[in-house]
Design a protein around this ligand. Structure first.
Ligand code: RP5
Ligand code: MG
Ligand code: MG
Length: 282
């Protein structure tokens, strides 16, 4: 249950809501916890049903029932979990990792898994003369990190897979929006960005697919993501871009990869995996 820490944070993000405290030994559903009284919260915004949000199925049956553990074409969303088959208890999905202290959906639109994609863009850290910087005999990696506007924490420039969209497209789209400000540059510059992204994001290595220990998770709705590494070995490819934060990111920069880095949710676990794959300093 180390992967289920941020999801048990007492203060629910962007709200005044305090969750029911769940100590780590009670996170596991198999451990009896008769005192457990999770708070029930779904944000007003989600209840107003933006296009990516599900109906409130506890209020009454949806016009078309949601298909859990399946590709749900009616709602244009994949409700399968990377973790395997999840339980549906009294009509609502149950968090496959454990108790969070909250039922309902909080800030998440979907019941069950909410799918995201996280691009991990890397290059070697180099000195001004172009030599790879070494530490403890290993080359040092750098990643593109953004500062989230919502909680101010540094994170991978990831985002939700829109209804009907693919993970591959989401990786490019979110990197463009959050790290290159593609939504606000001129149409010509945007065209240039899209062409480069198409090229650079052609060869990626799958790093992770699974549960994300996101502070927005609840007992009935949680984040899952696929993280893909795009590595610029020569260090020339990303020189064609100027990093510029946009959309839900307020800052963007290259940061040195090491165990000392602190990132949103369990993003550091994903980055560590990348460092291991490249045999880089950690
Ligand atoms: C995290 O939240 C995912 O790993 C991804 O980075 C992000 C997606 O949510 P938004 O950035 O769209 O809020 O759980
Ligand atoms: Mg985004
Ligand atoms: Mg995002």
């Amino acid at each position: 249950y180390t992967m289920h820490t941020k999801a048990r944070t007492l203060e629910y993000p962007c709200s005044n809501v305090k969750k029911f405290p769940v100590a780590s030994e009670f996170a596991n559903w198999n451990v009896p916890f008769p005192e457990y009284k999770p708070v029930d919260y779904t944000s007003e915004h989600i209840l107003q049903m933006p296009p990516y949000a599900d109906p409130d199925i506890r209020k009454g049956p949806a016009k078309v029932p949601l298909k859990f553990n399946a590709l749900d074409t009616t709602y244009n969303t994949d409700r399968k979990s990377y973790t395997g088959e999840y339980k549906v208890v009294q009509g609502v999905p149950r968090n496959p990792v454990g108790r969070t202290g909250m039922i309902g959906r909080g800030w998440l639109g979907r019941w069950g898994p909410n799918h995201a994609a996280d691009p991990v863009v890397t290059r070697w850290k180099r000195s001004s003369s172009g030599e790879k910087v070494m530490k403890e005999g290993k080359p040092v990696l750098e990643i593109v990190a953004i500062q989230r506007r919502d909680c101010k924490e540094w994170a991978l420039p990831g985002g939700m897979v829109d209804p009907g969209d693919t993970v591959t497209n989401t990786l490019k789209k979110e990197f463009g929006e959050e790290a290159l400000n593609s939504l606000e540059v001129s149409p010509e510059e945007n065209k240039r960005i899209q062409e480069h992204l198409e090229h650079l994001f052609h060869h990626g290595t799958l790093v992770f697919q699974g549960y994300i220990d996101d502070p927005r998770n609840t007992d009935n709705a949680w984040m899952e993501s696929q993280a893909v590494n795009f590595h610029d070995d020569s260090g020339n490819a990303f020189n064609k871009f100027t990093l510029q934060a946009g959309d839900d990111a307020q800052h963007v920069k290259w940061v040195e990869v090491s165990h000392e880095l602190r990132l949103y949710a369990n993003h550091l676990d994903l980055v560590k995996e990348v460092a291991m794959q490249h045999n880089a300093y950690w």
